[in-house]
Write a protein that binds this ligand. Structure first.
Ligand SMILES: [Zn+2]
Length: 297
């Protein structure tokens, strides 16, 4: 049922960005979180709650979701899915391993097949920490059952859902998920809509790789595609272009400073272009983002 090695119809790249604006999941109170659904296009919907945006394919074959936020939200996610379609959950695809995208795996993995890049399984199994925040090894039911290195396609709800690895951007296990007929792509945390991204350098992320991955996505993505970001509102290809320009210009600015012999503190003191004022959010303020780029060069 899961078959076909993916060629790089969309691409083979590198990118990564996570959203850990959420401090400590275990201590977070999810009781007030609402999970809401919006139709994106064709068979695809998007759920927002806490953590990464969830992509949904719903139709006669059942339901496939891309990412699953946090385990305490599983019932709310289930209720939102039931509002879209009565079908059973058949697949969970993880865009990358971060806890705000895979927390529901332990629940949904008991009923659906989890599909992800090889490094997602590896990092979940070993309990990879993020930015000094430790993590426990994930239980067996939370681990991807189907893994791939380059990509895989799932033929589901009358379309090909192409999943492909993007190398070295937000983490070292990032994927895009492209719903070919619905013309929607979920980019996980390669794309923070209108914000500076988290670059998880400790887990193989790299800001330069992220810039290049997004550039390659843009070369292949139809101009009228809808774009689901890991965090932030549903976006257009134009929004993704602006984000790519931000990455390109900020990487160039930090590189110019570093090449001129400046320290990261000096570049942080000078700051980035005023155009990107307001792009900092959570712990990823301008100085932190400059630090990610400096370390990536
Ligand atoms: Zn992430």
């Amino acid at each position: 049922m899961v078959g076909m090695k993916l060629r790089s119809r969309l691409l083979t790249v590198a990118a990564a960005a996570a959203v850990l604006a959420v401090p400590v999941a275990a201590q977070q109170d999810f009781s007030a979180v609402e999970v809401t659904a919006e139709h994106v296009s064709g068979a695809v919907h998007m759920l927002t709650g806490a953590g990464g945006n969830i992509g949904v394919s719903a139709g006669e074959d059942g339901i496939l979701i891309v990412d699953d936020q946090f385990a305490p939200l599983a019932d709310k996610i289930r209720a939102a899915l039931a509002g879209i379609s009565p079908g059973d959950l058949e697949f969970v695809v993880n865009t990358h391993f971060h806890f705000d995208h895979t927390g529901g795996n332990a629940i949904f993995g008991k009923e659906a097949l989890i599909v992800a890049h090889t490094n997602v399984r590896k990092r979940l199994a070993e309990g990879a920490g993020v930015r000094g925040r430790p993590a426990e090894p994930a239980p067996k039911e939370a681990l991807p059952v189907v893994t791939y290195d380059d990509g895989v396609s799932i033929h589901f709800n009358d379309e090909e859902i192409m999943i492909g690895h993007l190398t070295g951007g937000h983490t070292d296990g990032d994927s895009y998920i492209y719903f070919t007929d619905s013309n929607v792509v979920h980019l996980g945390d390669q794309f923070f809509a209108g914000r500076f991204p988290f670059v998880d350098i400790g887990n193989g992320g790299n800001a330069v790789g992220l810039r290049d991955s997004i550039g390659e996505v843009l070369e292949h993505l139809p101009a009228d595609a809808k774009v689901i970001p890991g965090h932030g509102p549903l976006s257009s290809v134009d929004d993704l272009k602006t984000y790519h320009r931000m990455l390109t210009e900020c990487v160039a600015a930090v590189k110019a400073g570093k090449d001129a012999g400046k320290s990261v503190e000096e570049i942080q003191a000078a700051g980035l272009s005023d155009e990107w004022d307001g792009w900092g959010s959570g712990f990823i303020n301008e100085s932190v983002f400059i630090g990610f780029i400096y370390e990536s060069l």
